[in-house]
Design a protein around this ligand. Structure first.
Ligand SMILES: CC(C)(COP(=O)(O)OP(=O)(O)OC[C@H]1O[C@@H](n2cnc3c(N)ncnc32)[C@H](O)[C@@H]1OP(=O)(O)O)[C@@H](O)C(=O)NCCC(=O)NCCS
Length: 171
C-alpha cells in the first residue's frame, strides 16, 4: 500500500475512475447533496495498491472567516474507498496523512461535511461535530450549508460555534 499527496488537477484522472465507481448516476440521484456545486481539490491523498487507486481524499486550502476573523482552513472532501477494499483502514490512513499535511501547512483547522452515518468514523480520527453555521457560495449566490453536518479537526484553532464562512464554493 502506498499513500501519496499529489497536485489536485493533475491527479484527478487517477481519482476519477474511483469516483465513478463509488458514485454512479443511480447512487448520485439519491444523495441529498447531488445538486451542490463543489470546489476542485488543491491536492489529493491517494492510497494505491499494485497501481490501483483504492482510496481518495481531496484537500482544499482556503482563506475563510470565523465570526469575521481571518482563518486558514483545510477542507477535506471526496473521501471514498473502493467497495471491495473497505474496512481495511485505507480511509483512516488517508485521513491521518491529510491531518499531517494540515499540520505541516500550519492551517488553523480542518473542516469536512459528511453524512450522519459517517460522523462516528471521523470522530474516531479526532474530528468534532461543528454546532455553528457554515456559509459558502454557490453559482446563485451565498448560502448556509446545512444539507449534511459539518465537522472540524482542531489544530491551531478550534471553533466550537458561531459562523464559519468558507468564502467560496464548498467541498
Ligand atoms: C466511509 C468510507 C470512506 C470509509 O472507508 P474505509 O477505507 O472502509 O475506512 P476504514 O477502513 O479506515 O474504516 C472504516 C471502518 O472500518 C473499520 N476498520 C478499519 N480497518 C479494519 C480492519 N482491518 N478490520 C475490520 N474493520 C476495520 C474502522 O474501525 C471503521 O469502523 P467504523 O465505521 O465503525 O468507524 C467508505 O465506506 C466509503 O467510501 N463510503 C462511500 C463514500 C462515502 O460515504 N464517503 C464519505 C463521504 S463523507
Amino acid at each position: 500500500m502506498r499513500i501519496e499527496v499529489l497536485d489536485g488537477d493533475s491527479a484527478w484522472p487517477l481519482a476519477e475512475p474511483l469516483d465513478r465507481e463509488v458514485y454512479p448516476p443511480e447512487v448520485m440521484a439519491t444523495l441529498p447533496w447531488r445538486d451542490v456545486v463543489w470546489a476542485h481539490a488543491d491536492r489529493r491523498v491517494l492510497v494505491r495498491e499494485s497501481g490501483r487507486v483504492l482510496c481518495h481524499a481531496g484537500l482544499f486550502f482556503r482563506d475563510g472567516l470565523v465570526d469575521g476573523r481571518k482563518v486558514r482552513i483545510c477542507g477535506v472532501g471526496g473521501v471514498m474507498t473502493a467497495a471491495d477494499a473497505r474496512r481495511r483502514g485505507h480511509a483512516s490512513a488517508a485521513m491521518k496523512r491529510a491531518a499531517q499535511v494540515m499540520r505541516e501547512e500550519g492551517v488553523d483547522f480542518g473542516l469536512l461535511f459528511c453524512e450522519e452515518h459517517n460522523v462516528g468514523f471521523y470522530g474516531t480520527l479526532g474530528w468534532l461535530a461543528f454546532p455553528g453555521k457554515v456559509r459558502c457560495t454557490q453559482p446563485g449566490g451565498p448560502m448556509v450549508f446545512d444539507i449534511i453536518p459539518a465537522m472540524i479537526l482542531p489544530l491551531e484553532a478550534a471553533p466550537r460555534g458561531g459562523v464559519i464562512d468558507l468564502c467560496g464554493l464548498p467541498w
